[in-house]
Design a protein around this ligand. Sequence first.
Ligand code: HEC
Length: 171
Amino acid sequence: MISILVVASFAITLRSFAQQPSPETNKPQTDTKKTTTPQQPTPPAAQPDVSKNTWELPADADKTKNPVEATEESVAKGKELYLAKMKGNCVFCHGETGAGNQENLPKLRRTPADLSNKERMAGMSDGELYWKISKGINGIMPAGEKRMTEEERWHVVNFVRTLAKESGVIN
Ligand code: HEC
């Protein structure tokens, strides 16, 4: 009888201990700008509303320097990664030219940005591109860092640059 009591009280202690970590502590810095409903754990079965999700990038993302020179070789590697299903698979949404994959458009939750738009792309530093490709947008664009190394992502940046270059502005 006593041993049962001991076990039971031990179990209770354990349980209250397990409840201690607050669910609000897992994401320290990224939530600053969120206006959407805060920290409600979504039940696994529910379809989360991702329509307002946006980039969560480091504050100095645009200042990150590109360590990989945009050689022909780098651009070629970037293109391969852009097209490869198990790597970037960017082509699925952005299409071969960067202007959007018309065929898949109806399946997408959000219209992809036009990577061939020279004004738009000229306004973005390599660092910003790199971080957007790395982090993606939850539920909208996959995080490239899960399937590509840092170096690979820089090759992708170098390739993406050529998509807008064809219209003659960034040189
Ligand atoms: C599932 C579809 C999807 C895939 C796959 C995808 N993207 Fe995107 N991408 C989007 C959407 C949608 C946006 C627009 C997001 C927004 O609302 O700002 C976007 C935006 C971008 C932007 C930002 C452009 C801007 O003006 O802010 C870049 C750069 C980009 N994608 C590059 C890539 C690259 C490179 C890959 C592959 C590594 C890739 N994307 C894979 C859907 C996708």
